[in-house]
Design a protein around this ligand. Sequence first.
Ligand SMILES: Cc1cc2nc3c(=O)[nH]c(=O)nc-3n(C[C@H](O)[C@H](O)[C@H](O)COP(=O)(O)OP(=O)(O)OC[C@H]3O[C@@H](n4cnc5c(N)ncnc54)[C@H](O)[C@@H]3O)c2cc1C
Length: 409
Amino acid sequence: MDFEDSPAEAAFRKEARAWLGRNAPLAARTDGPRAMFTSRGAADLPEARRFQQLLADARLTAITWPKEYGGRGGTVLEQVIFEEEAAPYDLPTSIFMVGMGLAGPTIIAHGTGEQKRRFLGPMLRGEEVWCQLFSEPGAGSDLAGMRTRAVRDGDTWVVSGQKVWNSGAQYSGWGIMPVRTDPDQPKHRGISYFLVDMGTPGIDVRPLRQMTGDAHFCEVFLDEVPIPAENLLGELNGGWAVTQTTLMNERMMIGGGGMGIDPAWLIELARGMSRGTGAASTDPLVRQQLADVYIRVELIRYLRFRTLTALGRGEVPGPEGSIIKLAMGQLLKRVGDLSLGIQGPNGAMLNGSAPAGGAWQLSFLASPSIRIAGGSDEIQRNIIGERVLGLPREPDPNRQLPFAQYASA
Ligand SMILES: Cc1cc2nc3c(=O)[nH]c(=O)nc-3n(C[C@H](O)[C@H](O)[C@H](O)COP(=O)(O)OP(=O)(O)OC[C@H]3O[C@@H](n4cnc5c(N)ncnc54)[C@H](O)[C@@H]3O)c2cc1C
């Protein structure tokens, strides 16, 4: 890959850097890994909306989306450049991640002209927040085993069932939701993908509290929820292909390096502790672990160039997304352990007197979730085994059978 920016990319980088310098708040260097882990709630929504609108006015959001729907019409590499430039800043826009990263690209790929006109503008201006209603109590890793069903009734589909682990569902106005529409077909067929107004009667959203103390996600119960037929995205019973578009974008979002870790944060933390209660920055074991984190960060950076090379050539990235996702989960676990280790007894104090003021403690408590969200470590290993190492595909004896033959929808 060519590591240098082209003249057009250099100009874009300059524009993004200058805009961020003028408009965005810098993140505190001792705040630890941020992005997915510092969950923002409804109280942060007004500020998130104000900032998203500023980004939209500057055409620095929806960078790859078509101009006719309010996007910039730019390249994936420009999107990556923006993310690189934005890394040192604390942008309040993570609340829009599902919309901008998952729902938007899926609507662009599969939506009708009318759906694109209706949904993309409010999404990119931050007027409507979206959530992802995919996982179910019995369908996470094996997502195609979903049982939430939709039955046609005139101009509407009536949906009943349960979704779970839905990030931000409690403050979302819209959701993306694949459900079973034909249980007589094998499980990967017979699924259709809907755009759901979360205010529809029959939807009950119940936040779930995690060990961080934060209710990052929810369970969502659907009891005879009417969805207008025009909210079907893509083909009837062809929803698995639409779902794959969303999942590919999710892997790229998580594996794209948006959760960049700067080892300098940990070095600063160790130096801060040395000035206070301990001598962490001169402890040989701590120094060795810092070197380990540094090496892993660099490895992920180089793995990421593989993805960028594919994107730069207009290709869809391959299983390297799974390798990065796996490596990122392991890195965050080590970063969490090390940051608390450096703080010694202070590490046990969530709101204590440690230099980080509790941010590292929250990162530590949240770090296991990255090894599950967006496909667990084991599932990433399966993908790597099958698509990188060429191992035999995992057996699924029911794959070709009608879903209703072995499961009740
Ligand atoms: C922070 C967070 C945010 C999330 N946000 C959302 C969201 O917004 N929307 C949404 O729909 N979902 C969301 N999820 C759900 C997430 O996608 C699922 O948790 C994940 O896919 C795993 O599914 P599961 O929880 O049902 O676990 P299961 O699939 O039941 O897995 C249980 C265990 O078995 C292992 N396992 C399962 N199958 C295999 C296999 N074939 N081979 C080897 N091991 C296997 C898994 O690795 C895991 O350890 C979120 C999860 C987290 C943690």
